[in-house]
Design a protein around this ligand. Sequence first.
Ligand SMILES: [Mn+2]
Length: 449
Amino acid sequence: MTANYSLSNQDLRGPYSRHVEAICARHDHAMENSGASHAVIFSGNPKYAFLDDMSYPFNANPHFLSWVPLTELPLSYIVYTPGEKPVLIYYQPHDYWHVVPGEPDGFWVEQFDVRIVRDTDDVAQHLPAARDKCILIGDIDDDALAFGIDRINPSSAMHILHYARAIKTEYELACLRMASQRGVTGHVAAEAAFREGGSEFDIHQAYCKAVSHTESELPYGNIVALNNHSAVLHYTDFERTPPAIAKSFLIDAGARVHGYASDITRTYANDDTRFSELVARMDRLQLDIIHKIGIGLDYSSLHVDTHRMIAGLLVDARIATGDVDTLLSTGVTSAFFPHGLGHLLGIQVHDIGGHMVDESGNFLDPPSGHPFLRLTRTLEENMVFTIEPGVYVIDMLLENLRGTSAESHVNWDSVDWLRPFGGIRIEDNVRVTAAGAENMTRDAFAAIA
Ligand SMILES: [Mn+2]
């Protein structure tokens, strides 16, 4: 299936109006805590390369996007005063050089008092006169864009907003499900391009076409890796010619809907039975992890549990020998699985707040020996995050085991066998439910199968 992804916005009006209510309540709380009467949320401004007049792709302030799904609206502001309809200062310049934002329209529009401005000088008249009663939320790199507001991103408000973002509203869950569905159409097209013998570049283009994203619209740079390239965790080269033999294929790629991202990884074998079995074994392991998810579970302990399961997989696959505790304590599992189990997912692919313990600015570091774990929170209903275990041959890490007590626990012949395949990662996007977990990614694959 390579049809362009399309979606209907008809169902979102109700969920979105309730979402805005939730965002207002969140801001009421944050503003009370910071002693502010008004919150002004800035969408962001284009950033330019040094000595150049061309800007980088625009990345809107995620706080702005949590209010309104306008990913391409620079130099705009939301003004929120508790009890009043939020004002959207909508920057639509007269500009014949560029495509300017269109007329405000869509399921979101009736939630705002929209004020169109043609020039940044016209923003000031729509801001509260009492600038000292305002807080400004956004990336301000030019004082002129703050319009005299001194309190920018105060932690007394930001911690509350960041902590709350981990729990998704009904509207956000709908967007995240659609983002998974959109990404999955790309994954299906990418697998077909791999089976047809395409290069990494060909596969990447098949993916972009299927999800109907330009590269700058993707939530993150696609990882499209054939053979040993998949051992590079963030491999982002695109070889223009296919390898003589494509033994394996790892793709880590997502899509966006209304500013919300999916983040999905799949690994495929060509025709090698042993590697195929290892991929299938990892797939079952990943589902077993997801089966453990529930309200109140500590994500750090799930990560450590995953290391125990990876130890079992390495032994089953004759890549390592020894008992689980030894394989963990000697660093064998960390050499094969050197990244975190997953991260919060939402407007940002690595959504903010993964290490927060509460809304007061207390943070919990990852457990010792696991510095790259991005999520250490206790799971709550409607949190959305990724589950992405992996196993790789990364010689830089495996070489560190030589000469240690770990060396005799590694079957180096099997490492040599696995090296040309690179590695395996399976990544789904899941939501915590009262009953366990909703797997948005598997649901999307099942829906198009
Ligand atoms: Mn991820």
